[in-house]
Design a protein around this ligand. Structure first.
Ligand SMILES: Cc1ncc(COP(=O)(O)O)c(C=O)c1O
Length: 455
């Protein structure tokens, strides 16, 4: 079979004409347009067709011959050999699957309310970032020095932690900070105590680092310090709003925990998520305020601005920050300059404080609404702080099945049993009231209470 490939010659480029022709034949073999056994036109015909001299077509064929793409049979013409053409890598398209929960109302905990249009403070910060040229080199691996100073001032003011920029490391959020800490400081086989029920991402991080997880029970004051064993290397704890039960660790127990850590030498990892939001109750001191040598404090913007920012901070002793910074400098794993520069502007302009104040007002009302709607169906706990409450249900209740029924009715919620590991406790539902609009919250609660009354 003779082929008639569409060939072109470009006299304006430096590539010699015979190489231009050879290249097009090669490409045709590679993509399958020319196959083994196909006959090429004679050098004479091709020269005429392309308006080039026969020397050009002959040189092209000589080149292809030398490379093994074509072979000539006397009297029969020139054919494509049985080279196995390299098939260009086929890109397999994974069909884009829409999140099945996207169309449902969500009361899963963890996500704040994000207004659909950005406000002036937000826009001002990003305008400022866009007007600056990026820094020339690799930034400080601990974070922008100016941002570290602003964060030190921030945590001093809102969390009472006496610290300077040397105690601050900018992170991509709590989980990032926790994983960095575990990577740089813990050896496989080490033991870490984690609240049970507790934060699943912390459990996964510890498992990924091959740590032995020691489940610590929680009572109505949060982590039970009396249940800690002296042989653990670290304790991960959520004192501001125990996740997911929502209790706040009282001052006496905070002191007890820090005393215990001083005696055993264990490191306390304080996940300070939700600390910004408390309702009608006094603030409690951060563990890091009590002893920065024994505590690594993790803060996040995920609850105040948006989890999509992937931005947070770690506050710890200077030697710890130095150690993690050295480690980070080798991995290049720190938040990009635009994010850091924007956060700096937001802190400086008081935008973060303003967002927290606005959030407190909004969430206080929603919390009241949620507690009132759910109180008839069980015991509401954890309502003094944060963005979710937990509804404890009678012992025989199957909370997974309730969550499935709620989803079928259009509302996503988290069953409490999802967060339990080995410590037994009542079933329940963990209900985030922050994410939807207020009308959607009303709708979701109506659906949920209908599901609960069917029990
Ligand atoms: C207990 C707890 N800590 C921290 C976070 C925030 O994590 P990050 O800062 O990595 O977004 C969450 C989010 O849901 C959480 O539930």
């Amino acid at each position: 079979m003779e082929t008639s490939l569409p060939l072109t010659i470009d006299r304006t480029i430096a590539l010699p004409l015979h190489l231009q022709l050879a290249e097009q034949f090669r490409a045709a073999v590679l993509d399958g347009r020319l196959q083994s056994g196909h006959r090429l036109p004679s050098t004479r015909d091709l020269a005429r067709q392309m308006s080039v001299s026969r020397a050009v077509t002959q040189a092209a064929y000589d080149q292809l011959h030398a490379e093994g793409w074509i072979a000539g049979r006397t009297g029969a013409g020139t054919f494509v050999t049985d080279v196995v053409p390299l098939q260009p890598a086929v890109r397999r398209r994974t069909p884009h699957r829409e999140d099945p929960d996207k169309r449902l109302l969500t009361l899963r905990p963890g996500i704040p309310y994000i207004a659909p249009t950005p406000d002036p403070g937000w826009r001002r910060a990003w305008r400022e970032v866009s007007a600056q040229a990026p820094p020339r080199g690799y930034d400080d691996a601990a974070g922008l020095p100016t941002l570290r100073a602003a964060l030190a001032e921030h945590v001093g003011r809102v969390r009472g932690i006496a610290c300077g920029p040397e105690n601050v490391l900018v992170t991509n959020g709590t989980v990032h900070g926790l994983r960095l800490l575990l990577t740089a400081t813990s050896a496989p086989g080490g033991r870490i105590a984690i609240e049970d029920p507790g934060y699943l991402n912390a459990v996964t991080a510890a498992r990924d680092h091959q740590l032995e997880i020691v489940d610590v029970p929680v009572d109505e004051d949060g982590l039970r310090v009396d249940a800690l064993t002296d042989d653990v290397d670290a304790v991960y704890v959520t004192p501001s709003h125990q996740y997911p039960l929502g209790f706040r660790l009282p001052v006496a127990r905070r002191n007890e925990l820090v005393r215990w850590a001083r005696r055993t030498g264990a490191l306390l990892i304080e996940d300070d998520y939700d600390s910004e939001f408390r309702y009608d109750v006094a603030p409690l001191p951060a563990l890091a305020q009590l002893d920065l040598d024994r505590v690594v404090h993790l803060g996040t913007l995920s609850k105040t601005l948006s989890p999509a920012l992937r931005l947070g901070w770690m506050v710890a002793s200077e030697p710890m920050i130095d150690r993690l910074t050295t480690f980070r400098a080798e991995t290049g794993d720190w938040p990009g300059w635009p994010m850091q520069a924007a956060l700096l502007a937001m802190l400086r302009d008081g935008y973060l404080d303003q967002a927290v104040r606005r959030g407190r007002r909004l969430y206080a009302d929603r919390r009241t609404l949620t507690c009132a709607a759910l109180a008839p169906y069980g015991e509401v706990i954890g309502q003094d702080a944060g963005l979710h409450i937990t509804l404890l249900l009678p012992n025989h209740t199957d909370d997974q099945s309730l969550a499935t029924q709620a989803r079928a009715a259009g509302v996503v919620i988290a069953p409490l049993s999802e967060y339990r590991r080995t410590t037994p406790g009542p079933p329940g539902l963990v209900i985030g009231y922050a994410t939807p609009t207020t009308p959607d919250l009303h709708r979701a609660l109506k659906i949920l209470t209908e599901v609960l009354s069917r029990r």
